[in-house]
Design a binder for this molecule. Structure first.
Ligand SMILES: [Mg+2]
Length: 330
């Protein structure tokens, strides 16, 4: 049986340490030592069984990876360098009391630690409890650092800015459809099971002062771009022919829908002045321009009296693009 102490020992034994965390797991608080003249950014994300992952479709390594990737993607969106992670877990009885349960937990940590190691990210604390239900509940808190006053934000885009995305869209949702159709729990790769947060891209965008605004794509382009537009008080037109659709989505009956509304791609969405030259790749990741920002009033994007976003198909009339992404509370 896993007691709280043995759980913490298991977590502590595998966690990385860092000179930026002079005191980590084991005291009342952790002590963080950010570099001078930096701001701290902080984000928190739930990973709840049957809401954000399923034990039949996601391997434990995938669940651990995704728990951390969700938070790292938010740090990437700010252009931040990860500082320290805090992981709180509520585990149901079967995970604490059975051998397969303990194995599941060890593999969850394996997936979590493999991604943490990639970014030399120390786990500096957290909490453990027995879940009141049969569900696994994980909450990740991540801290990162950015040069003072330089964090990439959502609210500083300008009318006329071009809109860009990293990588390709719709792959995570396409893989999820496959997993639902044929749950195997053995997937060891792919954008749904092992999304790669774009930290190097976010840091390069910040360092090279390329973007006016930036966020990550967690809920789906139609929903996330609407949020960026609302934060900057703008509207947007997306050119359908410019969307980089993931190969996994291209082989489904609804590639465009998955690219616009699929969610969980954890790519970056950013905007830049039309005069800024944006390279074709940043940190090895392809960058695609997908549209243009317009004022919220006056010279608006076509049709935006009905919605914040407009989709411009290769032929035929423009159409409004409603938010069709992930609903957090339904
Ligand atoms: Mg985000």
């Amino acid at each position: 049986m896993l007691t709280e102490l043995s759980l913490i020992q298991r977590i502590r034994a595998t966690a990385l340490t860092s000179p930026r965390v002079p005191l980590g797991i084991g005291d009342d608080c952790a002590i963080l030592r950010p570099p001078a003249n930096h701001d701290i950014v902080l984000t928190t994300d739930f990973s709840l069984e049957d809401r954000h992952f399923r034990r039949d479709t996601h391997s434990p390594q995938s669940a651990g990876h995704r728990t951390l990737a969700r938070g790292l993607s938010d740090l990437a969106a700010m252009g931040a360098t990860p500082l320290a992670a805090f992981l709180s877990l509520a585990l149901p009885k079967d995970l604490l009391r059975t051998r397969p349960g303990r194995l599941w937990f060890d593999r969850f940590l394996e997936g979590f630690n493999a991604l943490a190691a990639q970014y030399k990210l120390p786990l500096a604390g957290g909490d453990t409890a027995q879940s009141p239900s049969t569900h696994i509940l994980a909450d990740i808190v991540l801290t990162g650092t950015v040069p003072r006053g330089r964090a990439l934000r959502r609210d500083a885009a300008r009318p006329g800015d071009h809109i860009y995305v990293t990588g390709a869209l719709g792959g995570a949702a396409a893989q999820l459809q496959t997993l639902f159709a044929r749950p195997t729990n053995r997937g060891t790769t792919g954008p749904q099971l092992f999304p790669q947060p774009r930290l190097a891209v976010g840091q390069a965008i910040l360092r090279r002062r390329l973007a006016t605004a930036c966020m990550d794509l967690s809920d789906g382009l139609s929903t996330d771009l609407t949020h960026l537009c609302q934060s900057s008080n703008l509207t947007a037109a997306i050119e359908e022919s410019l969307l980089p659709i993931h190969p996994l989505a291209q082989s489904t009956p609804n590639p465009l829908d998955l690219a616009l509304n699929g969610g969980e791609d954890y790519e970056l969405l950013f905007t830049a002045a039309p005069t800024t030259r944006i390279p074709k790749t940043i940190a090895g990741v392809p960058i695609h321009r997908i549209g243009t920002l317009h004022p919220a009033s006056g010279k608006r994007a076509p049709l935006t009296n009905t919605s914040t976003l407009t989709l411009l198909p290769p032929t035929g009339p423009a159409r409004p693009l409603p938010q069709g992404g992930w609903q957090h509370l339904t």
